[in-house]
Ligand binder design. Structure first.
Ligand code: 5GP
Length: 193
């Protein structure tokens, strides 16, 4: 998606440790017009699929998932929580995920009320690196007996391999920008096309 690539080139910064910072429009300040365009793009890609629910993970997935839902007939958006809370009542699906950016394990939790057998789920997230976060969401869907119809990603870092592994496993992964290489010294970012 050209618009997203241009924003990454103009406003993204490359940090040591393979981290791309896009706080200006995605991870801190949110550009909802861009989010809306991203949702439209996923809707075009997944047009042949029946989607009954969008599942994402807090925090940065929530904004893009909500904007995307407007393009999928206003299906409900469920976000997995990363911490236990007294507000989470009843039975839950839980798993554990290793965080690339925080470099530690954290729980991923969805109430059984909001993920059901018979759900046809579109997974959405801001970044795809090694694929751990998505694998966690897929596990929750499997536990629930829900079908994963596809995966919509804003920025995939292709050189980390998580996306290609998911494609090899048969998942339909639509990443709107795939970073092929990025250099923290020069700031140069190259995309896969
Ligand atoms: P994975 O689980 O695929 O290794 O990493 C994906 C998760 O880590 C995403 O949910 C995202 O929050 C975070 N993440 C991974 N790489 C980056 C990055 O380069 N920049 C930002 N902002 N977040 C990242």
């Amino acid at each position: 998606m050209q618009e997203l690539e241009e924003r990454i080139q103009a406003e993204g910064t490359v940090k040591p440790g393979n981290v791309l910072k896009v706080d200006a429009f995605l991870n801190h300040q949110c550009d909802v017009r861009l989010f809306d365009h991203m949702g439209a793009e996923w809707a075009r890609h997944f047009a042949g699929k029946t989607i009954t629910k969008i599942l994402t993970i807090e925090a940065s997935g929530i904004g893009i998932a909500c904007c995307a839902a407007r393009h999928f007939g206003d299906v409900p958006v469920v976000f997995a929580k990363k911490a236990q809370s007294i507000n989470l009542d009843g039975d839950q699906y839980t798993t554990t995920v290793y965080s690339f950016t925080k470099q530690k394990e954290f729980p991923v939790i969805v109430s059984k009320k909001y993920l059901n057998p018979g759900d046809h789920v579109l997974l959405i997230d801001d970044f795809l690196a090694n694929g751990k976060a998505l694998r966690g969401l897929i596990e929750l869907c499997e536990e629930a007996g829900a079908v994963v119809e596809g995966i919509g990603i804003a920025v995939e870092k292709g050189f980390q391999g998580g996306g290609d592994q998911l494609r090899a496993d048969g998942y339909d992964v639509d990443s709107l920008a795939i970073v092929e290489s990025m250099d923290p010294e020069t700031g140069k970012i190259e995309f896969r096309h």
